[in-house]
Design a protein around this ligand. Structure first.
Ligand SMILES: [Mg+2]
Length: 196
């Protein structure tokens, strides 16, 4: 079975959200108002953006700020041992892709490949191109697109995806994602949709 995961808020969480970190360094104050709706660096001032790009590619930042969600590392190890192929698709500006690859290699060495889309762009064509059997994400829009194309989907529950995508299984943590993936694989094997 080929499993595709989103990265941020699906497999990782942020001890310090990047926008807070950058704004504290530059402005000495927290982000005021709503957090940015996506990770496009254009939402920051040029000075903050410059610091943020450097931070993303620093060992300090990648070691200190993003952390694996509960059970996410066990999840990927378990699915790897079960013979499944695993991919991550994440939205990243070009400048911060090298740091992201380091992070994935450190936390999730079982992942076969990490693929990038530009921030604000849909992952749909990348998901299609990989021929995935299931898509796991916290973004309800990506889940709706994947589900509409006939792909089984699992929502990593978060406050921003309370609006239900009716065909997705809702997982409160990565332990539950693992349980859903195991059940899905049983079904796909039973109905002859996958061979292994
Ligand atoms: Mg996400």
């Amino acid at each position: 079975m080929k499993i595709g995961y989103d990265l941020d808020w699906t497999l990782t969480t942020w001890k310090t959200p990047p926008w807070n970190f950058a704004s504290q360094l530059i402005d000495r104050r927290d982000w005021i108002g709503e957090p940015p709706s996506e990770y496009g660096l254009h939402v920051f001032s040029p000075q903050t953006r410059e610091v943020l790009i450097q931070l993303f590619n620093s060992d300090f930042y990648m070691n200190q700020c993003p952390v694996p969600r509960f059970y996410s590392q066990n999840l990927l190890t378990q699915q790897h041992v079960a013979g499944n192929r695993q991919f991550i698709i994440t939205a990243r500006a070009a400048h911060i892709r090298p740091g992201t690859i380091s992070l994935v290699n450190r936390f999730f060495p079982e992942v076969e490949d990490v693929l990038f889309v530009d921030p604000g762009h849909s992952k749909a064509s990348t998901i299609d191109g990989l021929g995935l059997d299931v898509w796991v994400d916290d973004d309800p829009n990506e889940l709706a697109r994947a589900g509409a194309a006939g792909l089984p989907t699992i929502i990593a529950e978060a406050p921003w995806n309370e609006t239900n995508w009716p065909h997705a299984r809702r997982a409160s943590d990565c332990l539950q994602i693992a349980m859903y993936l195991d059940k899905l694989k049983e079904d796909l094997l039973y109905y002859g949709k996958i061979q292994s």
